[in-house]
Every structure is written in C-alpha cells, then in structure tokens.
Design a protein around this ligand. Structure first.
Ligand SMILES: C[S@@+](CC[C@H](N)C(=O)[O-])C[C@H]1O[C@@H](n2cnc3c(N)ncnc32)[C@H](O)[C@@H]1O
Length: 309
C-alpha cells in the first residue's frame, strides 16, 4: 500500500522559519515546532514511553475503550468518515477503527497533523483498516482549507472527528472554536484532555503526581531538539518547569533562559483542565455532551460531543 501525505503551507518551511523568527522575537515557541522532524517525533515517543501515566495504569486505556464502544454502538450507518486531528502516531485512532470494523462499519479516513512524519505514521498504521485514506500535514487552525480538503476527498457527513491530546498544546478557546467550525451540525467529536488543572477539584495533584511527567531528562531532550536544530543551543539553556493557574485550567510551562538577551523563553506549555472547565468550554463553543469518562486518578478525560445546529 502506497502512503502519500500532502503538505499545506501552514507547516511548510517558509511558515516554520517565520514561526522560529516569531519565537525569538516574542520569546514564545509555537508547540507545532516540537513535532516536525523525525528526530523530534522519536524523542517525543520516548517521552510518552517513559513518562505517560497510561503505561502504569489500565484506567487510561479503559476510558478510551468505553468511549469507543459507546460511539460504535450508537453509529447507525454502515459507513463512517473519520477525521483524525493531531493523531500523533495514531494508536488511539487504530483502536477506534478496530471497534468500528468489529461492528461492521466501513470507515474512510482523513488524517490531519502538523507533522508530516506523524501524519505518515498514522496513515501507515490505520490505512489497512479503512476503505479510503488521505493525509495532510496542516495546522488545524486552517479551518476553511480543511473543510474543502475533507469534502474533496469524499469524506461525507455525518462525520466522526477525533482530537486526542490536541488541547494541551493549544489556546483552548481558539481550538474549541476551530473544532466547532470544522464540525458540521450532526457531526460527532471525540476528544481528550489532560486533567488535574483545578486546585479546587484536585488540589496539589500537579505538584505531587503530574509535574514529574514533564520535569525529566527525556522531556528536556525532546524540547531542546528544536533548540539544537535551530542552531540556538549556544544561547538557550535547558528548560525549568513551573505551574501557572489560568482560571479554569493550569499550565505546566517549560521555561529556558536565553543567554544572548537574558530573557525567559517559553519553550513549551501544556494545559491541564478541570473536568467541569473542559465541559463548559466545549458546551460554550456549540457542542452538546453525549458522554464523559475520566480516570479515577483525575488526570485524563475523554468527551463524546455532538455539534448542535
Ligand atoms: C500531545 S500530541 C497527542 C498525540 C495523540 N493524539 C495522542 O493522544 O497521543 C499532539 C499532537 O497534535 C499535533 N499538533 C499540535 N498542534 C497542532 C496543530 N496546530 N495542528 C495540527 N496538529 C497539531 C502534534 O503534531 C501531535 O501529533
């Protein structure tokens, strides 16, 4: 099977060079810049293998399985168009496709990830389970383009969308609006978010259990790969990690010192929600809630949502 992935200019070299200039002017690195090259993807996979709480607790896989079974049991058509946004290596989408196939649903797939390497990995993993499959390296913020791209590839409504692990790297209200624009009325969205971000719901959890998932040599090595590849290693120190409360969510921030300007460089940030805060965000963006699953340790949640007219 030949896999080919298109590239949109939003993640092409001209744009990523501009994002790099912006990063150095504003001292804020776009998360997209950490998922682009094969080396970055390899180092990011190593972070997941070494530090994802999902490797130690079956609860993380269970909440996805329960969500997949609910959507599959409610899917009444014999055909499904699945659009995977930010799938990483695509392992969660593969499990969803297996559930759909077991229920006799034939699925056509569209894959959208900022990184060409990750979009290709997802297609390689998932295409054998699908009727047709198409991939593009593109920023999800390119909603008008993506709506046309999806239609051009025959991914018909009602569609099923996945957005797993995309919220931690984004501006939450902006991403919620983009998802509401991408989804047509009647479409279904499955998304997940990292939890632990409400001091009231889970006070102290970030410091006691979550910070170590970021503050470790593997994460530092991954984030510093962008610094090395950009030729900035002589002037940028490895990051230190801090937690900042932002209303209904908290951010874990990786901050490096720039030795050339003595400024603080925000190398990476990861948003942690409260379950109630995430629900309110998505309902405010025009989605109705069909299901919610959270791990007992309150670190991750999965939501099944429908776009209302
Ligand atoms: C934290 S990883 C999550 C991967 C996978 N879905 C999972 O749950 O393990 C975030 C993924 O979103 C992609 N991504 C981040 N920002 C993006 C953007 N603006 N547009 C498209 N993809 C993006 C990254 O390339 C990466 O594959």
């Amino acid at each position: 099977m030949t896999i080919s992935v298109e590239e949109h200019p939003s993640v092409g070299s001209e744009t990523t060079n501009k994002l790099q200039d912006v990063a150095l002017t504003t001292n804020h690195v776009s998360s997209i810049l950490h998922y682009l090259t094969p080396n970055q993807c390899r180092l990011w996979s190593r972070v997941s293998a070494c530090h994802s709480p999902a490797t130690a607790s079956p609860d993380f896989a269970r909440i996805y399985t329960e969500a997949f079974r609910q959507i599959t049991s409610q899917w009444l058509q014999p055909q499904c168009s699945l659009v995977a946004l930010g799938p990483g290596g695509g392992s969660k989408e593969k499990r969803l496709l297996e559930e759909l196939a077991a229920a006799g649903v034939q699925t056509d797939l569209g894959v959208v990830d900022a990184g060409m390497t990750l979009a290709t990995q997802t297609l390689e993993l998932c295409a054998p389970l699908c009727g047709s499959s198409h991939g593009i390296a593109c920023d999800v913020a390119e909603t008008d383009f993506l709506i046309n791209w999806i239609a051009r590839h025959g991914l018909k409504q009602p569609r099923l969308w996945t957005a797993f692990g995309l919220f931690p790297n984004s501006e939450p209200p902006a991403l919620a609006r983009q998802l509401a624009t991408l989804c047509s009325p009647g479409d279904t969205l499955l998304c997940s978010a990292n939890l632990g971000g409400s001091a009231r719901e889970c006070g102290g959890l970030i410091e006691s259990h979550i910070l170590a998932q970021y503050d470790n040599p593997e994460t530092s090595e991954w984030l510093m790969e962008w610094v090395r590849e950009s030729g900035l290693a002589p002037v940028v120190d490895p990051p230190e990690f801090e937690v900042v409360e932002e209303g209904t969510w908290a951010e874990v921030r990786a901050i490096s010192r720039r030795r050339d300007t003595d400024a603080k460089l925000l190398l990476f940030r990861s948003t942690r929600f409260s379950a109630a805060g995430f629900r309110a965000l998505m309902q405010g963006a025009g989605f109705t809630l069909l299901g919610e699953w959270t791990t007992p340790c309150l670190q991750e949640g999965v939501w099944l949502l429908r776009r209302v007219a």
